[in-house]
Design a binder for this molecule. Structure first.
Ligand SMILES: [Zn+2]
Length: 359
């Protein structure tokens, strides 16, 4: 009887899912989400959409940042985590250009997201919805690194592990300028840094300090900073994070980080991490459809090449002619679904100008 009821429920669920056009895989809900999302090699070829929360979700319509640009290089390429919401990728490219103009030689890009987001096999609780990116605090070398170098080059630890203070010999005004620039974008809601770095900024930033509000102290983040943007237009199921407090965050909450408490050994070191036990049932149900959705023909087809160039995800035959840069470069473009098949991605983020031709 019980079995029959269960079967009945299951087939009802199956037909509901069937009506929704979703692939029916009875065991899916018990499967570990990180195994499924970690196995995805390509994004979905659908409209860009973040689903769920930074630490519990997935995303559709992702694009990759090219391995190299005039002002950036992607690190640890074997991880295949250079995917993000198109607005995120556009913003990283913009930051790389703006930072270069400020005197930072170029960005070394760390992990963004897996092609369809979701929890990862290793590292990161967040980075699941295409709106988080890690950027190294090491300036880009003035040569194009080989793949092997990008896998093996070690990052510079900026913070003394004992005192939790920034190593003064390493920190420069250019580091401050890079973080100030990243915090200057309205889309950027938070930047996570090691408490030592936050303290360094609190102690040294003169003039406008309003941007310090976005700089949030957190464990780790001592060789890179973590840039997080807000939910983008076209993502009704994206869950926003609460706003940061209005003040610069240099007072009591920062002082706490320089007490023994945050650094005490974990009382329960063997407790499993959320990312390791999260099943598909724990993620928003739309994430099942994300797993089942068709992908582009190749990673190259889903690689972002700037605002005025078609994002030709999975489109074997281009239908529309590229629009002139003028129509796509304004901040005020009305947000609409950044459909991957569309000639020009439309998004609520500044769209970069076309790259100057290589010299
Ligand atoms: Zn991160």
């Amino acid at each position: 009887m019980k079995t029959a009821m269960r079967l009945g429920k299951k087939s009802l669920l199956a037909s509901v899912l069937g009506l929704l056009g979703l692939a029916v895989q009875p065991a899916l809900s018990e499967e570990r989400a990180k195994d499924l999302f970690g196995a995805e090699k390509l994004p979905t070829a659908t409209a860009a959409q973040s689903i769920g929360f930074y630490s519990k979700g997935c995303f559709a319509g992702g694009v990759a940042i090219p391995m190299d640009g005039p002002t950036w290089q992607v690190m640890r390429p074997s991880r295949n985590r250079r995917w993000g919401h198109p607005a995120m990728i556009a913003l990283i490219e913009k930051l790389s250009r703006d930072a270069a103009a400020d005197g930072w030689p170029g960005l070394l890009i760390g992990d963004i997201s897996q092609p369809r987001g979701g929890p990862m096999m290793t590292g990161h609780a967040s980075h699941q919805i295409g709106l988080d990116a890690d950027i190294w605090l090491t300036p880009m070398p003035d040569r194009t690194m080989t793949r092997a170098q990008r896998e093996s080059m070690s990052a510079t630890l900026m913070v003394d592990e004992k005192t939790h203070l920034v190593k003064d010999a390493l920190w420069t005004p250019r580091h401050t300028a890079l973080l100030r620039r990243a915090a200057s974008y309205p889309e950027v809601e938070r930047i996570l840094v090691n408490p030592g770095i936050k303290k360094k900024l609190c102690d040294t930033v003169k003039g406008d300090r309003s941007w310090l509000r976005k700089i949030r102290p957190f464990w780790g983040h001592d060789y890179h900073f973590h840039m997080r943007i807000g939910c983008q237009p076209g993502s009704p199921d994206c869950k926003a994070q609460e706003a940061t407090p209005d003040d610069d965050g240099c007072g009591k909450p920062l002082a706490w980080w320089f007490t023994p408490e945050p650094w005490r050994p974990n009382k329960n070191p063997d407790a499993p991490k959320a990312r390791d036990v999260m099943t598909m049932a724990n993620l928003p149900r739309e994430c099942r459809a994300v797993l089942g959705a068709p992908g582009p023909v190749s990673a190259e087809a889903a690689t972002y090449h700037g605002g005025a160039v078609p994002v030709a995800v999975a489109a074997p035959e281009p239908e529309a002619s590229p629009q002139p840069a003028a129509t796509a470069s304004g901040d005020g473009d009305p947000p609409s679904a950044a459909n991957a098949f569309a000639a020009t991605p439309r998004m609520g983020a500044p769209v970069p100008r076309p790259r100057p031709p290589a010299k």
